[in-house]
Write a protein of this length. Sequence first.
Length: 90
Amino acid sequence: MAFTDIETAEAHQAILSDPNGDDLCKLGLLYSTGQGGAIDFVEAHKWFNLAALMGSEAAKHYRRELSDEMDPADVATAQRAAREWLSTRH
């Protein structure tokens, strides 16, 4: 799935306000495919994890697929990053 520059900017802007699961899932897709920058599976997993917490079924699927390709230590790093992000939001 390709995203336009506008969609990419909107996804990044959404995390500054009131993101929903779709916004966060889109960020996961951006990082997992390298659109707008380098591929970063840890960052992608973080956003998929957060999107899944907000009810995104697609994010649950992508997170599971990505986890299969990642080192367990990297998954743990992504999970910590998700918890840290949540702690700054509340």
